[in-house]
Design a protein around this ligand. Structure first.
Ligand code: ATP
Length: 216
């Protein structure tokens, strides 16, 4: 279970979330909806250990998080992967798609070209695309690479923050299918964040919908 309990967090003095709790059980997909600006991405940053809350507790399979960002133990940091809406802000523009997918494995000191090739195939990237750089591919192709990258270290939880909002219906369906297949294979828990209630109804096992003031 990926669990946020009684989280209060903001940027500077003003809290964006006050006393918010959310649970993502292993093997389940929890949807999170709500209007723009209500703090969904902020919670995603807290749950992926990128943003330290002012108060409250995050735990990953029972391990309470006490350190954040680079200071968090590697095993906890890599248990939760975050996929953003804007793939272009999430990649190094100088890298090829193959290097982008392989990046976490290389950083962990265990490059695995066969795994990179398998994941690239799974997300629908052909060999010629893997040698291109971000400016030479579409947003959908780049997001496919970001999804493959997110899965390389086999996270136990995957947070998809508006993963498919900018993409056409067939790319959206393919990426959601890849996430479902990964979940079926590994038992991972998924937090699917979207404005699109129809998508969440189809994809998630259960959905939480925040209003402008998130429910506590
Ligand atoms: N880095 C930041 N510094 C200061 N304020 C921020 C920062 N990131 C987000 N905010 C503010 O925090 C609030 C919540 O933003 P957040 O991105 O979490 O909302 P959201 O529900 O994910 O919105 P959207 O659906 O548009 O992505 C907004 O008022 C936003 O302006």
């Amino acid at each position: 279970m990926l669990r946020a309990r009684d989280i209060t967090v903001g940027y500077g003095r003003r809290p964006v979330l006050t006393g918010v709790s959310l649970e993502v059980p292993a093997g389940r997909t929890v949807g999170l909806g709500g209007p723009s600006g209500c703090g969904k991405s902020t919670l995603a940053r807290v749950l992926s250990l990128m943003l330290r809350p002012a108060s409250g507790e995050v735990s990953i399979d029972g391990a309470v998080v006490s350190r954040w960002r680079q200071r968090a133990p590697r095993s906890l940091r890599t248990s939760v992967a975050l996929l953003y809406q804007q793939p272009r802000t999430a990649v190094d523009p100088r890298m090829t798609l193959r290097e982008i997918i392989a990046e976490p494995l290389v950083a962990a000191g265990r490059p695995a070209p066969a795994m990179v090739a398998a994941l690239a195939g799974e997300v629908g990237l052909t060999g010629d695309l893997l040698t291109r750089r971000p400016h030479e591919v579409s947003d959908g192709q780049l997001q496919r690479a970001c999804l493959a990258r997110a899965l390389t270290l086999e996270p136990r939880y995957l947070i998809c923050d508006e993963m498919t909002t900018m993409l056409d219906a067939s790319t959206q369906a393919h990426l959601v299918a890849v996430v479902l297949a990964y979940q079926a294979r590994t038992g991972a828990g998924v937090l699917a964040i979207s404005h699109d209630q129809v998508l969440l109804d189809r994809w998630a096992d259960s959905t939480v919908s925040w209003t402008a003031q998130p429910a506590h």
